[in-house]
Design a protein. Sequence first.
Length: 331
Amino acid sequence: MITLQERARGAFLGLAVGDALGGPTEGKTPEAIAAQWGRVTDFLSPEQGGSDDTEYALFGARLLLEKRRMLTSADMEEAYRSSIINATNAYKGAGFSEVIAINQLIDGRHAPHSGQHVHSWSDGLAMRVAPYGIVATGRPGIAAKLAAADGAVTNAGEGIYSGQAVAAAVAVAMSGGSLEECFRTALQSVPGDSWTYAALERGIRIGSASSEVWSALPLLHRSIACSYYHWTDVAPEAAGLAFGILAASRGVYKDAVLGAVNIGRDTDTIAAVCGAVCGAMHGSGVIPSAWSERITTSRGICIRSVQGMNIRETADRLAVLSGEIDWSSST
């Protein structure tokens, strides 16, 4: 029997380890990755650690633990203003959607207008929503609402839909749901006529038809990646690739995360999503200890206010909180 604590740790550590492993290959093509490293199967340097993906997830988790209730966009906006927008933050590694939204907030705009900008479809939300799936274990609708409340500050449209899909999938995995149930719920959490839905459906179909993850990567990349677009943080693309890899790997943590690291484009986010879903489904024990022991506390490189937060302790507190919040008024 996998305990709720083990699943929570698996989801959060799974995200953080995937984020760290995918750092060196982020923004590269599969061909460039293969030319430089062959196939990446482990950490490439001692310096690799969690980036903005992990730190923004910790930021949302901290706010949940502070409020102990359903978050609103106003809560998240105020947290940005009080804990992110200050002179101590250099925003090192922050994504376009977050940086633009921060400047929108500084200019006096409020959510949801702060998230309505030229990069609103970024995967900045999808990368950080695992805490919402943890605290809303077995309640994918609540997880999706939490993701949307967070996302309204920095994203809009497809950028929010992709975050909702990931959060809902993590919530199902946290309750012991199968990979197929995660997929079905993710698709149900987004509009059927959206780009995100189409990318998810295509990825799941391609991955499910593949015999194993490595043979699936080229077709997934050709079918979903927006290689014609310079920037790689496209939310429907990242979500579609991640769910395709999850399907091809049959939910095996190491296969999914390493597949994500080698597929190119926004590899740290794709690996973070894969890691969060697999970790929630199977618990922290599926993450190699040599990997998880490297990712223990936040370095606060992007968000100074989360420096020193312990990922395992945060996951444990979210697991406890999941059984204490009365969600009845949020449905």
